[in-house]
Design a protein around this ligand. Structure first.
Ligand SMILES: NC(=O)C1=CN([C@@H]2O[C@H](COP(=O)(O)OP(=O)(O)OC[C@H]3O[C@@H](n4cnc5c(N)ncnc54)[C@H](OP(=O)(O)O)[C@@H]3O)[C@@H](O)[C@H]2O)C=CC1
Ligand SMILES: CC(=O)N[C@@H](CCC(=O)OP(=O)(O)O)C(=O)O
Length: 349
């Protein structure tokens, strides 16, 4: 026994799962105890991911709560929507800690989940119990929790760019518009027509316009911070790149502000939070500047002509938008330094 925390990963064969493996391999307090597949138990993990040959030598295991109870302390779920709804309660009742990377437990209201995800919602007791782990905003809720709803990729980038402004009442909550771009890995490893090379190469398209499932999740966070119901316009676009999310948000200021005032607001709000970096006035973050890292980089500017503020936030969808924030949540849950295993410099170029 190494004395380390033992982690099992359900959905380990997907992009979120393999990114969790990359990060957990570097974590000083965690051992990967079990890599789990619903469709390919018995196969060598590295058959599907040859870049992990001789690094992950384990075979995939089937989903078995009793087996997980015997060999793991924490279970990460990087599974399609609908799986955690059924599985998380069983894992929690078996005494395991659960970090759910899917959207199943993020929305507190089951009827809202059903409307946007078109799936049956989880038991309300577990929706209530799940702690929404947007680390830089609600991180203090995570210590000691046993069930974490890890935020979505777009909600992480979008909310981190808007929360300081709403927390201080600097923007009119009825005027928010967020325009988001993502790379194709956001859609996972499965095949889909929009993600074929010949469909997305040299192409850009909007999708799920006015019906993206992350809209109510962002609104839930913004409403909680603002202390009033916030509704917004949120539009997603697919870009011909592998990783990265860039969100541009606009909102009306409630009174005149300068660039420096708004930048100071952001610097103060995120003081001491190492994974949020605020660019100086006139500088804008790019997705490549956070690639492979857990950073969310933010740039802010006031348009004096329209009295609107523009916020640009970038993350790597698979790190801060999924596996990285999940590890950060594990760290906060366990009372460890929140950056353990996450000291990755972005990959550049
Ligand atoms: N990709 C991203 O950037 C982000 C993804 N997410 C969320 O994380 C989750 C995983 O996404 P991602 O890794 O991209 O998706 P993938 O499609 O790449 O992987 C999903 C994995 O889930 C497993 N799976 C499929 N059906 C079941 C089932 N019935 N029970 C258990 N496991 C199943 C599959 O593996 P197998 O058949 O081997 O079991 C598959 O490898 C999703 O909920 C997604 O929305 C969240 C934030 C960002
Ligand atoms: C490119 C692409 O399709 N991206 C996905 C990202 C969603 C995701 O990752 O899932 P969660 O809802 O669990 O966060 C989308 O827009 O639906």
């Amino acid at each position: 026994m190494s004395g380390k925390l033992r982690a099992a990963i359900v959905g380990s064969t997907g992009y979120g799962g393999v990114e969790l493996i990359r990060l957990l391999l570097q974590h000083p307090e965690v051992d990967i105890a079990s890599v789990i597949s619903s469709s390919n138990a018995g196969a060598l993990y590295a058959e599907g991911y040859p870049h992990l040959s001789e690094i992950i030598t384990d075979r995939l295991e089937a989903i078995d709560v009793e087996a997980m109870k015997g060999k793991a302390d924490v279970v990460f779920l990087a599974t399609p929507h609908g799986v955690s709804t059924e599985l998380s309660p069983k894992l929690v009742e078996a005494g395991l800690k659960v970090i759910d990377v899917s959207g199943d437990l993020r929305l507190k209201r089951g009827d809202v989940y059903e409307k946007w995800y078109k799936h049956k919602p989880a038991d309300p007791a577990y929706l209530e119990r799940a702690v929404y782990g947007l680390c830089e905003v609600f991180g203090s809720d995570v210590l000691g929790a046993d069930l974490i709803a890890n935020p979505g990729c777009f909600p992480t980038a979008t909310a981190l760019g808007l929360v300081p402004l709403l927390a201080e009442g600097w923007i009119d909550a009825e005027t928010i518009v967020s325009d988001a771009k993502t790379g194709v890995s956001g859609a996972g490893r499965g095949l889909g027509l929009s993600y074929h090379y010949s469909e997305i190469n040299e192409n850009t398209l909007a999708y799920k316009v006015n019906r993206h499932q992350h809209t109510p999740e962002i609104e839930q966070t913004l409403s909680r911070v603002a202390g009033q119901q916030v509704t917004m316009t949120f539009t997603t676009h697919l870009l011909p790149m592998t990783r990265g999310i860039l969100v541009t948000s606009y909102a009306k200021l409630t009174q005149k502000r300068t660039d420096e005032e708004v930048l100071d607001l952001f610097r103060n709000y995120y003081e001491g939070r190492r994974f949020v970096r605020i660019r100086p006035a006139g500088k804008w973050p790019a997705t490549k500047e956070v690639l492979g890292s857990n950073y969310c980089d933010i740039g802010v500017s006031v348009d004096e002509r329209t009295n609107r503020v523009t916020v640009i936030s970038v993350i790597d969808n698979l790190v801060k938008g999924a596996a990285g924030q999940a590890v950060q949540n594990l760290n906060l849950m366990m009372g460890w330094d929140e950056g353990l295993g996450l000291a990755f410099t972005p990959v550049y170029p």
